[in-house]
Design a protein around this ligand. Structure first.
Ligand code: RNT
Ligand code: ZN
Length: 426
């Protein structure tokens, strides 16, 4: 049984919460207006365990630095199922949603089209759907789960034919992304992540980075209209099978992005387990216009657990709001948990991110900064601690109510229904 609090009580709780926050000069109505316009890009790959629709490859085999675990029933097996699942998840979420696609979600209708030959035509069903649903799309080249990942390498392979294949894939991905941006009237973020690395210590750490630099130069040589697509490069510390060395490390891409005026992607799971990405925002955005975030939850390693409303996520959103950079941060989710209901995973992860954003928006930032300027660190800490238990959930619930989605945990009733009627029949 999931409790469903009556609407009237949610309104009453909100009115009280509004008064609490007003004490600190925070207008909760304004906050709801702000959060209602913040897009969050939902990762389509949570719906099918990063399998995609290619007939020849299909699925992670653990050799490409990422891995899904679990076999919960009901995985989406084609575009229609995945879109239906996404729509179900989004119906339980307030706010503006985008959908983040990967190249492996191309729909070639039985024809084998390799990744170097993909065009926007192969995403026409996605674009038509996005138009109908009023959604915007983001994109990613897929540099994994493919026979041309040779010895764990793609763009940094010593084999020129392997590099050339993936360079071509990188180029077509940019074109597809720009075409999506054009079709939907919103710049499509095109993220590039490659798994390239080594299980054991390389004798030559240099050569692969040189290959990668040259490959990126080629992929990015064509100037693109930034109102259609925005390139992002995603770094990583280590992965399965690349424990000792990752070619596209943080320092590598940070340097590359700064030199070439590109956007870096910070994935919360791609650093040392005790290293948070929150502290990097003020450093990077002092020099860069925009940043892409992969909001995720690493548990001991880059495990891509569903985002939780935890300290790490909260710190990220506090930094964004305290730094007034909400319009310079592209928020995307990146998790894939196959051990729980996949539709619920989207709802849980997105709601967790939204709650962290909401708490950050409800903070009297200028008061905290004033205490700090006065070197009154006691008042700063006292207020930070008090704010943690302020009634933000009453604001979140009210936002849900106003957006026509189920507040609290009541949405799980819909998930159970969908599981019974749709997922369990697959
Ligand atoms: C992998 C990266 C990458 C992927 C997705 C599927 O470690 O985080 O973003 O998770 O592109
Ligand atoms: Zn990522």
């Amino acid at each position: 049984m999931v409790p469903n609090f009556p609407d009237k009580k949610i309104e009453a709780a909100y009115n009280l919460a509004r008064e609490y926050y007003a004490q600190y000069g925070i207008d909760t109505d304004d906050v709801i207006k702000t959060i209602s316009d913040v897009p969050i890009s939902l990762n389509c790959w949570q719906g099918d365990d990063v399998t995609g629709f290619e007939t020849s490859s299909g699925g992670l085999d653990g050799s490409d630095g990422i891995q899904t675990t679990g076999n919960y029933p009901g995985r989406a097996r084609n575009g229609d199922e995945l879109r239906r699942d996404l729509k179900q998840a989004m119906s339980l979420l307030p706010g503006v949603k985008r959908v983040n696609l990967h190249a492996i979600y191309a729909e070639t209708h039985g024809k084998r089209v390799d990744r170097d030959k993909l065009t926007v035509e192969h995403f026409s069903d996605w674009i038509a759907w996005a138009k109908t649903e009023g959604l915007k799309l983001d994109f990613n080249g897929s540099f994994f789960s493919h026979p041309k990942v040779v010895n764990g390498l793609t763009l940094s392979s010593p084999d020129k034919s392997v590099r050339d294949f993936w360079i071509q894939h990188g180029k077509v991905s940019r074109e597809i992304s720009a075409a999506m941006g054009k079709a939907l009237g919103s710049p499509c973020v095109n993220d590039l992540w490659i798994p390239d690395g080594m299980k054991d210590s390389p004798a030559d750490r240099w050569i692969y980075r040189k290959f990668l630099k040259d490959a990126l130069d080629e992929i990015l040589s064509e100037p693109m209209d930034k109102s259609l697509t925005k390139d992002a490069l995603e770094s990583k510390l280590f992965g399965i099978g690349s424990e000792s060395y990752v070619v596209g490390s943080h320092e590598f891409y940070l340097s590359y992005c700064m030199k070439n005026d590109l956007m870096l992607c910070l994935d919360a799971g791609h650093f040392h387990p005790t290293e948070g990405i929150f502290d990097k925002l003020s450093a990077i955005l002092t020099f860069s216009d925009e940043i892409l975030l992969h909001v995720t939850r690493g548990v001991r390693w880059d495990s891509d657990h569903v985002v939780s409303f935890d300290d790490e996520t909260q710190r990220i959103f506090h930094e964004i709001i305290r730094g007034s950079v909400l319009n310079r941060v592209n928020i995307a989710l990146d998790f894939f948990d196959a051990s729980i209901n996949r539709v619920a995973a989207w709802v849980i992860g997105t709601r967790a991110a939204q709650k962290a954003l909401l708490v950050a928006l409800l903070e009297p930032v200028s008061l905290l900064k004033q205490f700090e300027m006065e070197a009154d660190f006691t008042s700063r800490l006292a207020l930070i601690e008090d704010l943690k238990s302020m009634p933000f959930s009453s604001v979140y619930d009210y936002w849900c109510l106003r957006s026509g989605v189920i507040p609290g945990n009541g949405w799980m009733t819909e998930i159970k229904k969908y599981e019974r009627d749709v997922l369990s029949r697959r």
